[in-house]
Design a protein around this ligand. Sequence first.
Ligand code: PEP
Ligand code: MN
Length: 349
Amino acid sequence: MAERNSGMIIVLKPNATELEFEQVVESVQQFGYEPRPIRGAEQIVIACIGDERNHHTLESLIVLPQVESVTPIQKKYKLVNRAYQARDTIVDVRGLKVGGDAFHVVAGPCSVETREQTIETAQAVKKLGATMFRGGAFKPRTSPYDFQGLGKAGLELLRAARDATGLPIVTEVMSPQDVDMVAEAADLLQIGARNSQNVPLLAAAAKSGKPILLKRGMSGMVDEWLLAAEYISVNGNNNIILCERGIRTFESACRNTLDLSAVAVAKKETHLPVFVDPSHAAGRADMIIPLARAAVAVGADGLLVEVHPDPARALSDGGQQLKPKQFGQLMAEIRPIVEAMGKQLVVLP
Ligand code: PEP
Ligand code: MN
């Protein structure tokens, strides 16, 4: 693989002596890399060739007083990097193909609450064009006093929704111990924003063999998000869908700030499908449709939208859930944009 030629660029300070230069060269060799010095008029640059995965990282050489900077030549994520696989990854979710030219809309309530609410919402969103049903059984709530989800009983309701509609189920798993139980019910395992760098969870979810929807952490940088995806991939599971859901910024008009740049960057940097969750980004129902339109236009491969038959009575995230009728409006408004983007809005028979 091309990693053999990856490595680091070390720049020495302008006043570095010949002896200090030799010290750096020696350290680079000791760590198993091949140093290739480039002598400029003012500074020496040392290109270090080797594979970081097999050798000690050279980044620690920054502690040497004669070293100005140590910069990796390539990104740390490899398996999810488009440089290593140009073609789009197509993720299979219970027979549905996600990524490439396909555009999917996943919809459902923040939390599954009752049998009626679950089945009614699943039937409504299916009729309006959703291809998968989302609903939380295990909820990572900010406050311990808020509704925490129905847990195992919620998974039963999700199964019932799949039986009633045939829609694949998307639901969150919060801890490694729950992975087997949740994966039995879910067709697409969601890893939430609060857990997006929980390495044991990423590894356990990967090993379940189920496809994974990986949200971006609310303060996560794009590199960190993609490295979280790399953890899943390195654990043997390449069926990953990334999902941007808004980040923390100074702005408080919306619950979060939808980072459309990150969607464009992720589409360029990786071959994985990228979804957008406008519901958690906006936190308010009146902003969901405009953000959904923008997400399609920036190149997203799908949307994750919260829908509730009666948002005012929702046990979680009531303010941001669309009524079925509003969801129908969203579907109508995104369709021409999906087509203008050269994608196909997937509809089930
Ligand atoms: C959710 O999808 O209901 C959820 C809790 O999302 P996030 O992890 O993005 O906050
Ligand atoms: Mn929610």
